[in-house]
Every structure is written in C-alpha cells, then in structure tokens.
Write a protein that binds this ligand. Structure first.
Ligand code: NOJ
Length: 729
C-alpha cells in the first residue's frame, strides 16, 4: 500500500474503527466467543461484542490454522477489511526451545544468538505470528527479580550486542519467515525496589541513561519497529504515562518512528498505581505520551470519544497513533497478504526439525557455565559402570524454562534421558531424593531420611551427579524470590549426598543466579545448566562426559548471599572502598563492608571455567596516547595450556580513572569468542576510540574526559591484566 493509499484509508475510518486499531485483546476472545451469545470474555475489560469486530490486534493466537481462520473471518466482518496484527511472546524459541535468554547470554556469542532468534522467528512465522514481544533488554542486577531469566543479564554492552543480535535474527531482512520485533520493557523494569516484580524503580537519570537505556536503543537501531513501555513506575511515575521518557527521549532524542504498545492491562493499572483517578483519566494520559496501542484493557475504546469532546485529547493524537499502527501493518505486508507466512504444512515440517534441535543443543552446550571444577572432577569418564543420578532434576522435564511459548515439557530431554542415550550400557541409579517445591510441607525427619537414602544409593555408584536447583516456574514473570537459596528439601539432600560423596558433581538448574553457599564448599564441581530448553538433558550429558566442553561465562554476578544484591561488577569504588573485598570486613573498620561476609561475589560476571586452561599474555597497546580522532588497539595472547580444544570468550574492559562524577571500576567494551586447540595460541585485539569512552558527566552531557584509562583483557571481570593509556584532548 502506498502512503497515499494509507492516508486515504485513515481518512475513511470512523472514530470507532480508529479506536479499535488502538486496542489489542487476547485471541481467545474471538475463539471462545464463537459459540457464545450475549456476553463474552471481552466484558471483562469493559468491551462489547461489536467492539471486537474493530480490534487492531490480538495476542496469543496459536497455530497457523487458527490464525488464518481468525484473520479471514475478522477481515470479512471489518468495515474496511483491515487485517489484525498477531503478536506473541516468542522469547527463547517457539516450540523448539533454546536456553532462557539469561543463559544464552552466557555464550557471549552474537552469531549464535542471532541464529537462535532466526530459528524461533521462522517457527513462529509459519504458525502465523507477525510480531514477537522480544527482545527483553532490561538490565538485571538483582537476582531476586524472577524476570532476570528473560534478560541478557547485568551488563550494558552485552545487552546491547545480544539484544541487537536477537532483533536481527527475528526481523532479518523482513523477508520470508521472519517476524517483527517489539522491544521491551521500556524502561528499567529490571531494577524494581527489593527485587519484586512490578515494583517502583528509583534511578538517577545518569544511571538510566548510562546503563539502562542503551540496550533499548541498540535493539531499535537494529530494526525493531515496536516498543513496550514497562509496568513499573520510575521515580513514582508509571511508565505507561511517562511523557519525559516516552516522548522527549524516545520519540524526541531518539527519533523513534515505530509503534508503542502498552503492557498487559497497563493502561488500567495507571489507576491502580494511584496516578489517575478515573478510567477516563487513564485513557487520556498515555495518549499524550505516544503509547499507540492498549493491550488488554478497554479504556481507549470506552473513553476517547468523551475525552475528544472535552478537548482533553485531540483527533491529531488519535490519528497519529492509528497511522503508526497502519504503517506497521503495511510494513509487514499485511494489506497484501494478511496471513503472512502462516502455513500449517510447512510448520509441521520445520518445527522441531532435527536442524532446529541441533541448534538448540549447541546453544544449551555453549550457555552452560562451569562454576567450579576442583582437580578436574569433570568431565566424568564414559567407561563408568554405575552412575548415580540423584536429585529432583535428575529425570525432570520441566527444565526448558519459563516463557516457553508453545514449547512443552513432554518434548524436553531430561538429564536421565540424555545420559541414557549417550551411555546406553551404563547402569543408572536414579533417585529424586526430594521434590523441587519451593514451599516445603514435609517434616524435616522425613526429608532427612529420604536424603540419607539417596546418599546411600549414591555411595554404590562409580560416579555421582547431583541434579538440583530451581524449578522453571520459580523464575519468570511475577516470580520474585526473597530467598535465592535452594529450597529446604534440596538443602538437606545436598548436605547428605555431598558429605557422604565428596566426589559428587553438581548439575545446577535455575533461572537466576542463586545463593549456593549451603552446598558450594561441599562439592568439587558445579556445572550451571540454567534452564537449557528442549535439548537440555542431551547437552548436560555431552558436557558431563566430555563430548562438549563448557565455555559459558556468567552474564550475571553470583552473590554469596541474597544480602549482597543488587551486586554487579561495574560498580563504583566509593570513598571508602574495602582493601580486601575477599575477606569479611572485621579488620576493615569504617569501610564500605559487611561485618559478616566478604564484599566480593562468589563468582564474578564473566566467570566460567573450561575443561582446559587458558593462559593470558600481558596487554600491549599500539600507542599509549589516544587522540580524539584516533584509536588504540589493545592486544593480548591467549594460549590453550590444556589437553582439549575449547572455546574462550575473551573480554575487554576499560576503566576511566577520573571523571567529573564517580566512574565504574570496569566496563565491558567488547568481547571475542575464539577456539583454541591444545597448545595453540592466538593474538586477540580490541580497538577503542574516544567515542567509546563517553559517559553522562556531571552536567548530564555525553562526553569523554581527557586523562588516564586502563585497558583490560582477561577471562572475566575480575581480571587485573591491563595496560594504561591517556586520552589527550
Ligand atoms: C506481560 C509481560 O510483562 C510482557 O512481557 C508480555 O509481552 C505481555 N504480558 C504479553 O504476554
């Protein structure tokens, strides 16, 4: 459709049709309504059956046939035959699930991330999805927040890179079997007070701009046409009505031309926040902020007419939003082909194909993080006769992760199945030992007896794998936790099994960094599988028995205790930094310390071991003076000093020693993933320019400071391998 045709269409629409374009409801409203008479589920959001005929969009329409049927019937009944846009949460796969985003981020791999997103978009597109509500690029520094599982973790550079890679994967060139992308949740949703989902966010504008906003911007620049304001308020102002961020920054400074859709029911929640008195007020506020579409509440349809009559909103505001929605439909080609790529036969061939499962497997292998491996306990030898597989995740299929779209547990490979397939002749002694339930109701003596029984079974085996952690539905939306330790039954199990079997390795599952201090000292090896998706059990088997070599690096710091969160590597020093952050604070009076615990985390951002060892050479610079139009190249050699070929994500950090405001102790600027054969050495270089050193200074200007910097190259954010340089202006 040409622009002229689009404008013509807009001019022909009645007000009711326009307001319909600005509203999204669940697809089930239509499907369930099919047989209903007077009042359908639309009444729950205040709408009438005739309103449904004019909707702009639906979410959660599942299956190509359903999408085609719904679209066909809908368009026939629409006065101008305008197609619906169908949106869905394709977060880490459509049906073939790859690891949760927080895990995939540990692969530190733009290409792998893009490939996974492309596979997901292809599956989703064939099933009739037009736009995915992804990527989620909320910086997450608080492990209590259950939705950290959906993010790329704590770091701005990693989030920018991987968020953009996801968008490229989803959107591609807009051609066949792609979907559009809606970036979320704008913004700073990952920093709720007390780690509790949906809670208020308090941030300085500097931190907002420096740390939180760049991820959204990078995803938009990569080709996402949609954005979703977040549920939270920032500084007391609900984001759905935050004109400064949505209008001045997003549309003004960034020049965003795409469409904004509220989160689920978020218009109405402005009232529940206590920031609007009536539903009519609720319908007004986001309209002035350029939030075009209202998801799953009906205030726009119900109140806009009155608001227009009273001059509280303008026809121009309505038209601007409708125009954006029509433009996005047009950009997706929906006017020419309203079904887009929906094709049940092609979907049946492609979805869960061997190639897709192979990709999900590779992603799961590269996402796993070997947290600890004393004395090279892992990998286990394949010729063991008897393996004890203990713990609630030993045979559990609920490991694919929250937000798994139409992925199902039944299609997920459990650890037991993965190992059985790899080592069919090995005897496996299987014992769950306890349930994974968070809230325990079993008496402690029963838990202890069961744990002792499991420990005794383990003693009979040649090798023991303890499969423990967090069930997939204990992280994700709304699933914040105040404690991030193992639930009590698993703590008891770990204590019994590991004290009886000191050579047992732990296979850990979860959707967030966990406090593992209860069992970490008792085991020599911990492999964090996160929530690894459909092929999780196969990946675990390959990793545990050395068919795959771990290479994941933590995308989020592992605290020693929940009392340390929020904790992240790119913190400031403070005026009273503790001298030795690794020992508890008693000998360090009047410093920024804990009396009872070290300040340092258990495992730093970027940490992750391998079955080989890598030796880093010193950092060398091609020059130690950076000019405003020049660049500096920092180089280090990395050598594989072990016996297996392995991948290593080499990380490049910079420290700005003095700024006009306090600066982080280190900031990740770049990373490169290399593969090294035993004995092989590679030279890895990173380039830095003046623009890479800019930050939001004391006057909130985005500038760099002349002066001293350190350039670090190392295996994790703890690295002290650096060379100094000076920026001259
Ligand atoms: C609420 C979630 O916050 C958002 O991420 C999601 O896209 C919508 N629901 C739609 O499912």
């Amino acid at each position: 459709m040409t622009n002229e045709q689009l404008e013509q269409l807009l001019s022909e629409l009645s007000l009711e049709e326009k307001l319909g374009q600005l509203t999204q409801c669940e697809a089930s409203f239509f499907i369930e309504n099919a047989g209903l008479a007077a009042t359908g589920p639309e009444s729950a959001i205040g709408l009438k059956p005739e309103d449904l005929k004019l909707m702009g969009s639906v979410l959660n329409c599942v299956g190509a046939e359903n999408c085609i049927k719904l679209q066909r019937e809908f368009m026939e009944n629409h006065p101008h035959h305008i197609p619906l846009i169908m949106m869905d949460d394709v977060i880490h796969g459509y049906r073939t699930q790859y690891p949760i985003p927080l895990a995939l981020a540990c692969a530190f791999d733009d290409e792998l991330t893009e490939e996974c997103a492309r596979m997901a978009s292809h599956e989703a597109a064939l099933e009739g999805v037009h736009v995915t509500f992804a990527p989620m690029v909320d910086i997450s520094r608080d492990a209590r927040w259950g939705r950290c599982m959906e993010s790329c973790g704590e770091d701005t550079t990693l989030t920018k890179r991987l968020g953009a890679a996801m968008v490229r994967g989803f959107v591609g060139d807009g051609g066949e079997n792609t979907v559009g992308s809606c970036v979320k949740h704008f913004c700073a949703y990952g920093a709720p007070e007390a780690g509790r989902d949906y809670n208020n966010v308090e941030l300085s504008e500097r931190t907002l701009r420096q740390t939180y906003l760049p991820g959204y911007k990078a995803a938009l620049d990569a080709g996402a046409h949609w954005i979703m304001p977040s549920f939270n308020s920032i500084g007391h102002l609900p984001m759905t009505g935050n004109s400064y961020i949505l209008k001045d920054i997003l549309r003004g400074e960034w020049g965003f031309k795409g469409a904004a859709i509220s989160d689920y029911n978020a218009f109405r929640e402005i009232q529940w926040h206590g920031a609007a008195e009536t539903m009519k007020d609720v319908a007004e506020i986001p309209r002035h902020c350029g939030v075009d579409m209202e998801m799953m509440s009906g205030t726009t349809i119900l109140h806009s007419k009155e608001l227009l009559a009273e001059g509280r909103i303008t026809m121009e505001e309505i038209d601007t939003s409708v125009r954006r929605i029509l433009q996005e439909k047009n950009a997706l080609g929906l006017f020419e082909n309203p079904f887009r790529f929906a094709n049940a036969d092609a979907a049946a061939d492609y979805i869960m194909s061997d190639a897709n499962k192979a990709l999900a497997l590779r992603a799961a292998e590269e996402s796993a993080v070997l947290l600890k491996n004393d004395g090279a306990l892992l990998p286990f030898k394949k010729d063991i006769k008897k393996l004890a597989l203990i713990g609630p995740f030993a045979a559990e299929k609920g490991i694919k992760g929250f937000w798994s779209c139409v992925g199902v547990d039944e299609e997920t490979v459990s650890v037991y199945e993965g190992i059985k397939a790899l080592l069919p002749d090995t005897e496996i002694l299987l014992d769950a030992g306890c349930s994974y339930d968070l809230l325990n109701t079993t008496p402690i003596d029963v838990l202890t007896a069961n744990a002792k029984k499991a420990a005794a079974i383990a003693k009979e085996a040649d090798a023991v794998l303890l499969c423990i952690g967090e069930y997939q539905n204990y992280s994700g939306e709304g699933n914040s936790r105040a404690e991030i330790r193992l639930p009590l039954p698993q703590r008891i199990l770990a204590q019994e099994v590991l004290s009886e079997n000191p050579d047992a390795a732990v296979l850990l599952f979860g959707g967030r960094p966990q406090d593992i201090s209860d069992f970490e000292p008792l085991t020599r090896a911990i492999l964090y599988m996160w929530q690894p998706g459909t092929m999780g059990g196969t990946a675990a088997a390959h990793l545990v028995f050395g068919d795959a070599v771990p290479c994941g690096k933590l995308s989020m710091t592992f605290p020693r205790s929940v009392g340390q969160v929020p904790i992240y590597y790119a913190h400031q020093t403070t005026g009273r930094a503790i001298k030795d952050p690794d020992i508890p604070g008693m000998p360090h009076p009047f410093t920024s310390r804990y009396m009872d615990m070290p300040v340092s985390p258990l495992y730093a951002f970027g940490h992750g071991l391998s079955y080989t060892t890598f030796e880093y050479g010193p950092v060398t610079l091609n020059t130690d003076t950076l000019t405003e139009d020049g660049s500096i190249t920092a180089t280090a050699t990395v050598k594989n000093t072990g016996n297996v070929t392995a991948k290593e994500s080499v990380q490049f950090y910079v420290r700005d020693l003095i700024g006009s405001v306090a600066r982080p102790v280190k900031e990740l600027k770049d990373f490169k993933k290399i593969t090294l054969a035993p004995g092989e050495e590679k030279t890895v270089s990173f380039t830095v320019k003046e623009e890479d050193l800019r930050y939001w200074d004391k006057d909130l200007q985005y500038v760099s400071d002349a002066g001293a910097f350190h350039a670090f190259i190392g295996p994790d954010s703890d690295t002290q391998n650096y060379a100094g340089f000076v920026l001259k202006k």
